[in-house]
Design a protein around this ligand. Structure first.
Ligand code: NCC
Length: 279
């Protein structure tokens, strides 16, 4: 049954969207020795019931963040999450300069054009990667043929930079988020995983007391410019084609506890972290 109120929705998410990363305890990763490969500290960083960060910012890559002047506000948060290859250099006034966590899809690891191993975009921060595995996840099959090969670059990177926290999201977590979106949407949504944006928002709700999301729901600056960092125009970047973006976004809008004016002027949605939700 779909959640009726904001409180019900938040409680459903808190209950079902439990953060899960590959930890080497399942096959084939167990035999591959991944329990020694993955970071020893867990992503949440603290005991249950305590948040790792107080206030957090999720900065989407949407073109509408250009000329927002939100940089200072974004950097004032304890932790800032960014996506894929989104840069800060040259855009500090609008997007800030702090990056605490970066979520990357498997294309970033697999496609040489992103220079994952050498680019400074992926250094000095926590990395969280994911790959669109099939819905009925079989980890052996997924390891043998991921959408984009993220496994060998991950293994390499862990060996060369063991001190950098770097995780791969469990595909069951990604599909669990899809189930929650479908369960709260009247229409039948496409059977493709949620966008990195939705995944990042839910991840931060597990890590922070309060989450401020910028330009996921577009402000009055709404534009067809896909990303703030490149000259490419496509309304599908904001509204969705492959990802169920429209449905993810309406779900996030239903969870907003912030002001209507913040949404219009800053494209800012405010969400309570799971530890701040009492069910
Ligand atoms: O474009 P992308 O996403 O990297 O953007 C990150 C997240 O920001 C939100 N967004 C972005 C643009 C926009 N106009 N409105 C938005 O709301 C979305 O929530 C989005 O998830 C992805 O989700 O991983 C995605 O990645 C790109 C691409 O792979 C990477 O940028 C690496 O080059 C995908 N584009 C293509 O595959 C061509 C995109 O579909 C989804």
């Amino acid at each position: 049954r779909p959640a009726q109120t904001r409180e019900q929705l938040l409680c459903e998410l808190k209950d079902k969207a439990r953060l899960r990363v590959l930890d080497g305890s399942e096959q084939p990763f167990m035999s591959l020795g991944w329990s020694h490969l993955v970071p020893r500290v867990n992503l949440e960083g603290t005991e249950r019931g305590q948040s790792r960060f107080r206030t957090c910012a999720v900065v989407t890559s949407a073109g509408s963040i250009l000329h927002s002047g939100l940089g200072k506000e974004i950097d004032s948060h304890d932790a800032v999450l960014r996506f894929n290859a989104a840069p800060t250099e040259g855009y500090e006034r609008d997007v800030g300069s702090k990056t605490t966590i970066r979520i990357i899809n498997s294309q970033i690891l697999a496609d040489p054009k992103h220079r994952f191993n050498t680019s400074s975009l992926y250094k000095n921060m926590t990395l969280v990667a994911w790959d669109p595995a099939p819905y009925a996840v079989n980890l052996d099959k997924w390891y043998a043929s991921p959408d984009y090969n993220l496994f060998s670059p991950y293994e390499e990177h862990r060996k060369h930079h063991p001190a950098q926290p770097f995780y791969i999201l469990h595909p069951k977590y990604v599909w669990q988020l899809w189930d929650i979106i479908q369960g709260n949407t009247k229409e039948t949504i496409q059977p493709n995983p949620p966008s990195s944006g939705f995944i990042g928002i839910l991840l931060m709700m597990a890590l922070c007391e309060k989450v401020h999301v910028y330009e996921y729901i577009p402000s009055l600056r709404k534009t067809d410019l896909c990303h703030y960092y490149e000259h490419y125009y496509d309304a599908a970047c904001t509204l969705g084609a492959y990802h169920p973006l429209l449905y993810e976004k309406s779900l996030v809008q239903r969870m907003n506890v912030g002001q209507e004016l913040d949404l219009k002027q800053k494209g800012c949605v405010t969400l309570p972290g799971f530890n701040s939700v009492n069910c």
